[in-house]
Design a protein around this ligand. Structure first.
Ligand code: FES
Ligand code: FES
Length: 139
């Protein structure tokens, strides 16, 4: 695809003004992942409720427009959904959510946050962590 097509307005909007980018101090689940091709990193932090819903979702990270904008789109899309719904959200649905057609390598950028979300859903954070080591634990 034409490089320009990737940077549609809604992609740039999410990159420049991301949804819930930062720390979620009350996270119950979280994980981080890296795209080995380029080193881009994404962290996903979730607060899962007793009712099986994702009450709050945040991300942080560093990397290209595709990896960061797609993370923002995903976090916005899954917040308020149930854990089951989030687990059923497929890679193809992630690519559709992003919008512009991507080459295989760039699909990996777009799927980075999706991969991290899927593992974060299964990764409870240690609540008994030391006080001087407060905050979400990754890895
Ligand atoms: Fe850099 Fe994705 S590997 S744009
Ligand atoms: Fe690699 Fe974007 S340049 S995830």
């Amino acid at each position: 695809p034409n490089e320009q097509d990737i940077y549609e307005e809604h992609v740039l909007d999410h990159y420049e003004d991301p949804y819930h980018r930062g720390e979620l101090a009350t996270a119950t689940h979280g994980d981080e992942g890296k795209n080995p091709l380029c080193g881009d990193v994404i962290q996903v932090m979730l607060r899962l409720g007793a009712d099986g819903k994702i009450e709050e979702a945040w991300f942080d990270g560093e990397g290209c427009v595709i990896s960061q904008a797609s993370a923002s789109m995903l976090i916005e899309a899954i917040e308020g959904k149930t854990v089951e719904e989030a687990k059923e959200f497929t890679a193809n649905q992630m690519l559709e959510l992003f919008g512009p057609q991507l080459t295989p390598n760039r699909q990996k950028c777009c799927l980075l946050s999706w991969r991290v979300l899927q593992s974060a859903l299964h990764a409870p954070l240690d609540e008994s962590a030391d006080d001087d080591d407060a905050g979400p634990h990754f890895g």
